[in-house]
Design a protein around this ligand. Structure first.
Ligand code: BTN
Length: 269
């Protein structure tokens, strides 16, 4: 484990981060900003200029951070980890949702190692502590001029926010690692740990496919084997969340025994 005592203040510092990284590729090229509209936009722009696999974009603050389904992502200055990672592969990514699940597992592991908090994954990609959301993941694809599809994985972790840092609309639904642990968390230590977990899982995924990732996801899942209601583009669906299929879709079993596949949606417990 890396020793972080020497970390200066809580400002994100690319030189310091680089010196602490435990990865071979992820984060080795990085851009750190004070304030951006969204790290996803910075990443997309970098991709058009030839960003390499593993390029990392971090910002202290996002003024228009975005979440899934067109939502805003609250990203106050200096309080969280707001980052995007550029993912490329020689073989095309056939099922990008699998990478969302991989990201969620990496994040869960990093948070558990660093804080010991009991964090779990709500399908497809929300990290929850208790019933409250602490982190979210947004995958976007960018097509380059060379017709190569690049994935930009956007990860938001509410690290050191206090209750007053949230707008009223989020106070009952969201939480932070600091609120839950009672401790100020070193954001850079979390970034280093997460990138290492992500890189290890990504290598496993390229080597052995989605199956081992799925097994790890299931171990952290808060969704499987529960009766759930899902808001989907086709309306509200209710049933038992039985398993994920090998594309990452959720299989829901209705009371009449019929099973259906859900590719995207929001679980309303
Ligand atoms: C969600 O749960 O809806 C996904 C939230 C993703 C937020 C992150 S923060 C870094 C990156 N930049 C963005 O604008 N969004 C993602």
């Amino acid at each position: 484990m890396v020793e972080f005592e020497a970390m200066s203040g809580d400002q994100l510092d690319s030189a310091l981060l680089l010196s602490k990284l435990e990865t071979a590729v992820l984060g080795r090229e990085m851009r750190v900003y004070d304030s951006v509209s969204s790290t996803q936009d910075e990443a997309r722009q970098w991709v058009t200029q030839g960003a390499p696999h593993g390029a990392l974009i971090l910002a202290e603050e996002q003024t228009s951070g975005r979440g899934r389904l067109g939502r805003l992502w609250h990203s106050p200055k200096g309080k969280g980890v707001w980052m995007s990672i550029v993912l490329k592969s020689d073989t095309p990514f056939l099922y990008p949702p699998q990478l969302t699940l991989l990201s969620a597992v990496a994040l869960c592991r990093a948070v558990r190692i660093l804080t010991g908090l009991d964090v779990g994954i709500k399908w497809p990609n929300d990290l929850l502590i208790g019933e409250k959301k602490v982190s979210g993941i947004l995958l976007e694809s960018v097509e380059t001029k060379a017709k190569e599809t690049v994935i930009v994985a956007g990860i938001g972790i509410s690290v050191n926010l206090l209750l007053n840092d949230y707008p009223e609309s989020l106070k009952l639904k969201a939480t932070s690692l600091k609120i839950e642990s009672g401790k100020t968390i070193d954001r850079q230590e979390l970034i280093v740990l997460f990138l290492k977990q992500f890189e290890d899982l990504f290598e496993l995924y390229l080597r052995e496919g989605f199956s081992p990732i799925l097994t790890l996801w299931e171990a952290h899942s808060l969704t499987l084997n529960r009766e759930v209601s899902l808001r989907t583009p086709k309306g509200i669906l209710t049933g038992l969340a039985v398993r994920l299929d090998d594309t990452g879709a959720l299989i829901l079993r209705a009371s009449d025994g019929n099973e259906q596949k859900v590719f995207s949606g929001d679980i309303i417990f």
